[in-house]
Design a binder for this molecule. Sequence first.
Ligand code: NAP
Length: 292
Amino acid sequence: MSTLPTTPASTPADSTPTVLITGTSSGIGLAAAIAAARAGWRTVATLRDTSRADALRKAASEAGVELDIRQLDVVDESSVAAAVNGVIADYGRLDAVVNNAGAGHVGTLEQESVADVRKVMEVNFFGVLNVSKAALPHLRATGGRLITVTSVGGVIGQPFNEAYCAAKFAVEGYMESLAPVAATVGVSVSVVEPGAVATEFVTNIGLDIEGEIAAAGPYAGALRTYVDRTVAQFMNGAQTPAGAAEAVMEALTAERPAFRIQTSEWARDFTGTKLADRDGSAVLGMTGTWVS
Ligand code: NAP
């Protein structure tokens, strides 16, 4: 084990609770930043590319709230350290972190390289670890909260989402294991599990659907069935980012937040399938119908 970072000795400069949120250029992160600022949090809204902050600035101006917008790329440890240290230097405190940044990926084992899978893990799992590790000494100092947006795909593995779900399962397993340890030093740990949310998430995958299906060989029929089902789900049942952000706010503000917080009734029912399914047959019975 390496040496623990010492808890910052300085007294927080003022008492305004401060939250740092990752991936706020769009979607759930943007909505959570606005909601947190509205609720009176000093909100450090971070983006990997601050030139993509227009939508965030516009939303803040429409909501009449102030944000502190900073650069943070979750896969770049020096960028993470600079952002977290900057917050401590400027405000003397960090009360909560929302690990929201993440990226989807569609593909199955024979279609993707191990290097592709590593990239998915890098953003969705190691990115969360980079930020959490940098933040934890400061959260210890405030008795703060470590919140991570995972997915219902962090509870139930989904066809053609093997790498993405593996990363989200990894985050859930890590946080579930960390939660009791962090509690001993006064830090609360929660995961927020969205189902389909109408954000840039699907567009950002950058998938050429017809090209992927054409190249899918023996998996083409299954991929077509999966894509049709998923498109229908996003068209008919997707939650708004603001709706999903309410669950982030619950994790941020509830007196005793649950470890696992689903963002909708649908997500609660869906994850309930797995959590009550000790041998895994109910889940595979369900997801099997998604591809056949
Ligand atoms: P989104 O609109 O695509 O937002 C994702 C955010 O993550 C963007 O701001 C993106 O920044 C950022 N990001 C990606 N890589 C990053 C990196 N290396 N460093 C810092 N930021 C990075 O999608 P979203 O739906 O709001 O996703 C937010 C979270 O919800 C993710 O963890 C996602 O896995 C989870 N989720 C979403 C859904 C859904 O249906 N939308 C469902 C379940 C879980 P750029 O603009 O620079 O790309």
